[in-house]
Design a protein around this ligand. Structure first.
Ligand code: CA
Length: 226
């Protein structure tokens, strides 16, 4: 489960705002109100994600982040920085944070970052080759084959095909695909999924092979044999 979040924030109002919102979303939330406690909990409770304010009494957020990384803890860190404090953001990323959010922020904005970081460090997926029908995908080389025919894929085409290969015979909705492949930072309505599915199909079926990537009308797509 990728759902234990440690919030290190000394301002009770902000800490509560984050805690309440994330709990409503089903996360297990721990709160530390100073850097020292935050560090103890980071190493003691091994959260899946740390939301870390920079301005903290005692050890500040940058020092906490550095010590987390020096302690070989790979937990994703989302840094909270003061409005417009550009040097803070740079310092945060240099200290080993994975992303930052500028205060004040809307809860939805925080949630989007939390989800994106959860995906990025999602439980490490196996690198073993994936097989479906005559299709093989090798995550280590990012190469696809149909029987012995090698298929050249762009980065996004590969990501999309890998998503289907990891969920064979399952209907993936447009929202799921969009969320997993393009993420929160890709705004607006678009037919990008349709476009990429078309690219993938033309490559997968170049020699007249049977279709594997099927449209499920009104819902999304599925990798299946018929
Ligand atoms: Ca603070």
């Amino acid at each position: 489960m990728n759902n234990k979040i440690l919030v290190v924030e000394d301002e009770p109002q902000i800490a509560n705002f984050i805690k309440r919102g994330l709990r409503r979303e089903g996360y297990n939330v721990l709160v530390a109100s100073d850097g020292e406690t935050g560090l103890d909990m980071a190493f003691g409770d091994l959260p899946d994600l740390i939301i870390l304010d920079i301005m903290l009494p005692g050890i500040d957020g940058l020092a906490v982040c550095r010590q987390i990384r020096e302690g070989e803890l790979q937990t994703p860190v989302l840094m909270l920085t003061a409005k417009d404090a550009v040097p803070d953001r740079v310092a945060g990323l240099e200290a080993g944070a994975d992303d930052y959010l500028v205060k004040p922020f809307a809860f939805e904005e925080l949630l989007a970052r939390v989800r994106a970081l959860g995906r990025r460090r999602a439980p490490i997926e196996s690198d073993a080759p994936l097989n479906f029908a005559d299709l093989t995908l090798d995550p280590t080389t990012r190469m696809a084959k149909r029987s012995e025919r090698v298929i050249e894929l762009t980065a996004k085409e590969y990501d999309l095909l890998e998503l289907f290969m990891r969920h064979p015979n399952q209907v993936l909705t447009r929202d799921q695909i969009y969320d997993r492949i393009w993420g929160y930072d890709f705004g607006g309505e678009s037919n990008i999924i349709e476009v990429y599915v078309r690219y993938l199909r033309s490559k997968l079926e170049e020699n007249g092979e049977p279709r594997l990537l099927h449209t499920v009308r009104g819902v999304g797509y599925a990798l299946r044999e018929n």
